[in-house]
Design a protein around this ligand. Structure first.
Ligand SMILES: [Zn+2]
Length: 623
């Protein structure tokens, strides 16, 4: 048992008590380790039940709907960074938060990205009341074009920039698809939206993209508080310090779902945006050659800041990279970025200006093969060449898995340029994410009854859970979920973690194919990448079942054929033997059986001779 309940007359109590002295929420809920808070004045939140408000109306509304429960089902983002998507289901109402992509790992050759598995929603499409997007980063909106289409375009909810980025992504994926969107815009964090039985409200958070917003999903069973991606910047650009105290006044039980990427970041304080900008400004103003800044295209605010600074000192800025230009264009239209024609120039016009007046902001700081920064460094860019006196700044963190690529890129760059700056040398990047200290601070301010760390790798979630304990929470009130876990809050506010999980296996996107690449295809690719492939083409006489001519062999990535004549000779002999034994004297040809035999026996033979396991592909031709 996690809680003590007032078992008897719960409902009666709820129905009759109108001027409850209780702090919030119905009397039914009393967490084992509560955050004792004396009755105090309530914050500006109007979505919750207030002390002096008649409660009957609200309660009747809930009770008449029957004993409903809230299910929280993360489909992704619990075991990795990316693919963020969570289902909230209350009775027949479903609300979804975020639809992100995950970028492939090194052992997933050829995969473009991975999207959440939405099998759980099949047959429930009509119950989806809305999809809320917390902000416009790809790990939160990237899967929207595919998933919204599959789910028959439920209403989408988000702030302006986020919605614009979602629309743009839809249009890029399928022309005119954005027309099918039904948008519920969030014009201010004061807005309140009703999606079925969910009362949705919002709160300000700090993150590295404009219009990022925290989301509150209030149901009769529990109140979920989800900041999306967040940081606690002690010295934010806006000058205002964000406090989350007001969230502690929300009705209990309060469930805090907290992005916990920074749980393993134990630095006492991280570089503030202000310090980061000061560093960038100094580098730009002192540069004697041109300045090339590689960053994420999603760092719209940073690009905006560079544009404004450039204008103030009379330098020109050229943007390069499709997504970079697109994002800045959208932000300009919304008025989030000021960029006059004098300052913002095109790369084609760079030659018209002295080198020390030029700033190039481009994508590709992760070493992506054909991205702009890589092309500049490898000398493949049409307009931009690196010179010794230039300043090249990597203003981004390294995405795990890209370390070696970036090191190679840096080696190449250091040969060409004397001024290469990256985060190891100077703080020219802030992550936009919290650190360990922030997580504890957030918990102390929000005073949640339950804590669900989210949006990070499993080990980070576990570390975040430890921080929650340090911040005073009881272990029993913390749930580290997996992808597909189903955590249900009863109408009494009691949590239950189900044994059975919702499907959450990878859905790979490769080129135009969505989900058509499964684990089998991927294993094949891994095998081919490891040891190559070995094709055996056998021509069979359909009358006798015997091998005609000598089998043809094609090998790729396995052995060099010309130097392996002996081995190939033996393989051909072996193939003939295998076929002979497989068809026997009857001459009956069972194609599948012969293929299996060749695959297994030749595979074994090659392994004993080479200790490699190429993919063996037998091809039978009957003549
Ligand atoms: Zn983000």
């Amino acid at each position: 048992m996690l809680f003590t309940y007032q078992k008897s007359n719960t409902k009666k109590l709820m129905m009759t008590q109108t001027n409850s002295p209780r702090r919030s929420g119905p009397a039914r809920f009393r967490p084992r380790v509560g955050n004792k808070r004396p009755a105090q004045k309530r914050g500006g939140y109007s979505g919750g039940a207030r002390h002096n408000e008649p409660r009957n109306e609200r309660i009747n509304e809930y009770v008449s709907k029957g004993e409903n429960t809230l299910k929280i089902i993360p489909l992704g983002g619990q075991e990795e960074v990316g693919r963020n998507m969570t289902i909230f289901e209350y009775g027949k109402d479903i609300v979804i938060l975020d639809m992100g992509v995950q970028f492939p790992e090194e052992d997933m050759p050829g995969i473009d990205y991975i999207i959440p598995n939405i099998s759980y929603l099949q047959g429930k499409e009509k119950n989806i009341r809305g999809v809320i997007f917390s902000h416009g980063h790809l790990d939160h909106i990237g899967a929207a074009p595919i998933l919204l289409d599959k789910l028959n375009y439920p209403p989408i909810v988000g702030r302006d920039l986020t919605i614009c980025l979602v629309k743009k992504r839809l249009e890029d994926y399928a022309k005119n698809s954005a027309k099918k969107l039904h948008v519920i815009p969030v014009k201010s964090t004061e807005d309140k939206i009703k999606l079925g039985n969910f009362n949705i409200s919002f709160f300000d958070i700090e993150h590295s993209i404009m219009d990022a917003v925290g989301v509150i999903l209030q149901t009769p069973s529990a109140t979920v508080i989800h900041p999306g991606d967040w940081t606690m910047d002690k010295d934010p650009i806006s000058g205002k310090f964000l406090s989350y105290d007001h969230l502690s006044y929300l009705p209990s039980p309060k469930v805090l779902m907290l992005e916990s990427l920074g749980a393993v970041d134990n630095r006492p304080s991280h570089t503030t945006e202000k310090e980061m900008y000061a560093n960038l400004e100094r580098l730009i103003s002192e540069a004697t050659g041109k300045v090339i800044i590689g960053t994420f295209s999603s760092q719209i605010r940073r690009v905006g800041h560079i544009l404004e600074y450039a204008r103030s000192i009379g330098k020109k800025v050229a943007l390069d990279g499709f997504s970079m230009k697109m994002n800045v264009e959208i932000a300009k239209e919304l008025g989030y970025i000021k960029a006059d024609k004098e300052t913002l120039i095109t790369v084609n016009d760079l030659h018209k200006y002295p080198e020390n007046k030029i700033i190039i902001v481009c994508t590709g700081a992760q070493g992506e093969g054909n991205a702009v920064l890589s092309r500049i460094i490898t000398g493949d860019h049409r307009f931009i060449k690196v010179r010794k006196q230039d300043t090249v700044i990597f203003s981004s963190s390294v995405i795990p898995g890209n370390e070696r690529t970036i090191q190679r890129l840096k080696d190449n760059l250091y040969r060409q340029c004397d001024n290469v700056i990256h985060s190891d040398i100077m703080d020219v990047h802030t992550s936009g994410h919290c650190n360990a200290q922030n997580i504890k601070e957030m918990i102390k301010q929000v005073k949640p009854d339950f804590f669900l760390p989210t949006y990070a790798n499993h080990y980070m979630l576990k570390e975040s859970a430890k921080l929650a304990v340090e911040a005073g929470m009881h272990k029993a009130n913390i749930f580290v979920l997996d992808n597909g876990s189903v955590l249900e809050f009863s109408s009494q506010g009691e949590p239950k973690l189900h044994d059975k999980k919702a499907p959450s296996s990878y859905v790979f996107v490769d080129g135009l194919g969505v989900g058509d690449i499964g684990q089998v295809v991927l294993r094949d690719r891994q095998a081919m990448a490891q040891d190559g492939m070995f094709v055996v083409i056998i021509t069979l006489d359909s009358q006798t079942g015997q091998v005609r001519n000598s089998p043809d062999i094609i090998s790729r990535g396995f052995i060099y054929m010309r130097e392996s004549k002996d081995l190939l000779y033996q393989v051909r002999q072996k193939v003939k033997d295998i076929v002979h034994h497989s068809t026997g004297n009857k001459g009956h040809i069972d194609e599948e059986y012969i293929k299996d035999q060749v695959r297994d026996k030749i595979g074994q033979f090659l392994y004993t001779r080479t200790e490699r396991r190429p993919m063996v592909l037998p091809v039978l031709i009957e003549v």
